[in-house]
Design a protein around this ligand. Sequence first.
Ligand code: PLP
Length: 389
Amino acid sequence: DIVPANRMQGLPEQFFAKLVGKANAQAARGRDVINLGQGNPDTPTPAHIVEVMQQASADPKYHRYPPFRGYPFLKEAVAKRYKEDYNVDLDPETEVAILFGGKTGLIEISQCLLNPGDLCLVPDPGYPDYWSGVSLSGGRMSFMPLREENSFLPDYRAISDADRQDAKLMFFNYPNNPTGAVATAEFYRETVEFAASNGIVAASDFAYGALGFNGQRPISFLETPGAKDVGVEFYTLSKTYNMAGWRVGFALGNAKIIELINLIQDHYFCSLFGGIQEAAAAALNGSQQSVRELGAKYESRLNALFQELDRIGWKAERPGGSFFCWLPVPQGYTSAEFADLVLEKADVVVAPGIGFGTHGEGYVRLGLLTDEDRLREAIARIGKLGLFG
Ligand code: PLP
């Protein structure tokens, strides 16, 4: 008999894997399913980046093992981007780790810092991968509620003395998945102060850093004075350059933490394919016009979606960033019941808020990940169920 290790027992089925399964089953029955449930960018990687990869893939030097910890040119490129975009100085050798997508770093940092029983503060609702890392490390979690009346920012004053003392690590993520909230400079100053005074490592997940709406440019946690003393930021090319399939991410900031992440990765993987690293450097070093265009595209999709929400009488707050909308479910339904209903009756996939934590109950998340006509069509179909207005 195959007996899994204890660490596998707390590990649930990956949330999105389950969601995709349901949607595929519906599509297999021949229905025209509109999938707004997953956060998978629908537009291709800009051509100039793909071309670099095509050329580089023929270069035999990349056919051998890449160097442990990756090529210096890629670390230099991300440091330069942070200087240009956020005026943050990073030493490419000691303050940058290349990751296999941001996701791996979010899990590795827990493995680097938590002993079994150690406490981690995680946002609720929040991206489920934070829990996976804590669970795999045998750590404990204390959830920080993100409430609409608090602009979906955690309230540090509400954290108990016991939790302040016990916590070794905390996660936060702005622009936020799933709520679409953005952070203020003041919130980040409070975060540095909270982390420093309680000896907690601060882990900022900046996966949606390039995606701000309403003319707002999201700020990086590392812009905050003292941020590098207390933590790191996770950055990824997945959303900014439509490179989710390429799996390029970074951990940036505190040199001691970066060294730990690099050390654990020396055992897990020795770095990305060299051609991918060259293409990633081209994305970071090249013209950022495609990033601006992408932002404008999501914004006009958001406008189209909100026009249609308004038309059917579904009242909701506009997100400040990310490519998600966080919409309240109608009275009388749980988020899971409502998500099942719209899949069943309207052939639209939405992510139920409960999948992101208990404070996600009462909401569903919709991604702006198809064109304007399909977004309007999805909302119009949901409108026909007659649950709003
Ligand atoms: N963090 C958040 C909040 C995300 O939504 C995602 C992807 O959906 C990631 C991190 C991971 O991105 P990747 O592993 O593609 O870099």
